[in-house]
Design a protein around this ligand. Sequence first.
Ligand code: SF4
Length: 459
Amino acid sequence: MTLTEKLLARASGRSSVSAGENVWVNVDTLLTHDVCGPGTIGVFKREFGQNAKVWDKSRVVIIPDHYIFTADSKSNRNVDILRNFVREQGIPYFYDVIDGDGADAKWEFDPSKGQLKRQYGSSFAGVCHTALPEKGHCRPGEILVGTDSHTCMAGAFNMFATGIGNTDAGFVLGTGKILLKVPETMRFWLEGELPFGVMAKDVILHIIGDIGFDGATYRAMQYEGPGVASLNMDDRMTIANMAIEAGGKNGVFPYDRLTEDYVRESTRKNGTRQEYTPVELDRDQHFCYDRKFDLSKIEPTVAQHPDPGNRALAKDLNKVTLDRAYIGSCTGGKTSDFLAFAKVIGNRRVKIDTFGVPATPTVVRELQSIVWEGKSVWERLESAGVLMTENASCAACLGGPQDTFGRINKPMSCISATNRNFPGRMGHKESRVYLASPYTVAASALTGYITDPREFLSE
Ligand code: SF4
């Protein structure tokens, strides 16, 4: 069996399953957030009763992260609905934007802090997919479902992780089970190591460019080969995150020492469950697609408007002028992403409006405490002209209300370290968004046109 088949067989209590079968799966963790949580709660209450209790409150994780730092009252009300539900159910893993949990507790925009200074309390965790592993909720061998398409990011941790709709999520809240069709598996055999100037984001943009933005529809994307060992956990997260951009059901990586170390540390630090059983690779696996990719041959890659499969090399796009650069999101807002970005920026200044949105408060803290040549990375980016906000969230990755930090409110061209560029994704439907690695976003911010980052990096 493939990794996905093994994961689903175990979770459905079967000795084996094969692609195409429908199986009832026991869920280990359900994630929801402020956009889909209220709808999910509505389905749960309608189907199971106003006074029903969730199947296991220790397995429900609720993370407001999408439309939170906004004056939009409907968005704020969504977070209030989550807070009330958490209080009613006694759910322990709720990463609220504010500290109070009384009946009248509410988040309010503080104009004295503006959009750049911290507007959240002590339990806030930031973007759900980056926060989940950081807070010790990703364990190898488990099943994670979430009301968000990029839930597939957790496949980096040798788990089956996928996005589901509110109706399915309401059912999971009541029963802890979900009916899933076992996907076919595509294998991506990785060899070599990432060359100079190339990041994991280039790898996944290269792969999606190869198979198309629907090339993995309802399939598992399994990564194997000696090249996997050269990718750290952040790299694997970036790659697994974008399985859905090729239509994939999930992305999955084998378990190794790096996975073990990360999970041991994150579960220990957060006091979450530490026991787990990973799934190992079988000799006998059946794939519907099997291809080798030599990492050392990949170059800085861009997904052009209007979809993540519209691939080109950064070096061939230097006629494309830009109005904006954006670094952030679950895919591109990790500490390692900002460090790569800052490495290219160096002591230079950006030429176009450039927005930086860390994925989590931990990223903010790390960037403010890592010092390069007497200055924190945060300060260096601010001095370079990057608008850095402490308000870690999804922000403009998916547009959001009009007052969202970095939102594209008029037609323009933007290069972004995020994961999706369908028309209107970051705001205005006539804008053009180019997806790239943090290296390439930084180089392009310095010149005002799409730029191969190797022009600014020295080996
Ligand atoms: S950062 Fe973007 S892709 Fe990630 S969860 Fe938020 S909206 Fe979705």
